[in-house]
Design a protein. Structure first.
Ligand SMILES: *[C@@H]1O[C@H](CO)[C@@H](O)[C@H](O)[C@H]1NC(C)=O
Length: 191
């Protein structure tokens, strides 16, 4: 009986602390955009790709659920989005800033999964975007002491904090680590 009461109280505390961060604006978002209730718009970016294409992106985070990297990629695709990629260093740094400033992520977030993978063969390892198959064309803004390929088992890319007080940075992570993830919608802008 005591055990059941403890489980009840703990569940209540977990659920209510999560509720605190559901601001009125996200409730409004849920009411007015029922299709996107699983994801939250975390920010936008406008830039130019290395091939000179102007584009605008919106990033959507799976605020209310976590998943492994392979499933995350499929889930983004099934919502007509892609697991997030960053075409340039500027876009990668902009995404770091978006996570740095986000109060919900500050309180609850460790990592969000993004599209990059490594084959773990090289030293140093090379990183690729699976969407394009291209090598990531700039020096990734890693978190301190990353990538470390911990236990020789960190082939996918994430962005977040190693511990709660750290700055946000990129980090290699196991493919079977359940985390929130970032999908993107890209719009090409005609010059
Ligand atoms: C991103 O841009 C859209 C309009 O294009 C806007 O509705 C939305 O609020 C922006 N998101 C953020 C987090 O600023």
């Amino acid at each position: 009986m005591l055990k059941q009461i403890l489980i009840f109280v703990t569940t209540y505390l977990l659920v209510s602390s999560e509720d605190q961060f559901r601001t009125s604006s996200s409730v409004l978002h849920a009411k007015t955009q029922p299709k996107n209730v699983a994801f939250e718009d975390f920010g936008n970016y406008s830039g130019q790709s290395s091939t000179g294409m102007n584009y605008k992106k919106t990033y959507f985070i799976s605020r209310y659920f976590k998943s492994f990297w392979p499933e995350s990629k499929s889930i983004c695709n099934s919502f007509n989005m892609e697991l997030a990629t960053f075409e340039t260093l500027d876009e990668a740094q902009n995404f770091v800033t978006i996570l740095e400033k986000n109060e919900y992520f500050k309180a609850n977030g460790r990592f969000v999964l993004v599209d990059g993978v490594t084959d773990l063969q090289g030293s140093p390892a090379e990183w690729y975007w699976t969407n394009s198959g291209e090598k990531i064309p700039y020096s990734i803004p890693w978190a301190a002491a990353q990538p470390d390929n911990f236990y020789n088992n960190e082939p996918v890319l994430s962005v977040g904090r190693i511990s709660m007080d750290d700055k946000v940075g990129f980090n290699d992570i196991p493919a079977n680590y359940a985390a929130r993830f970032a999908c993107q919608k890209t719009e090409l802008i005609k010059n």
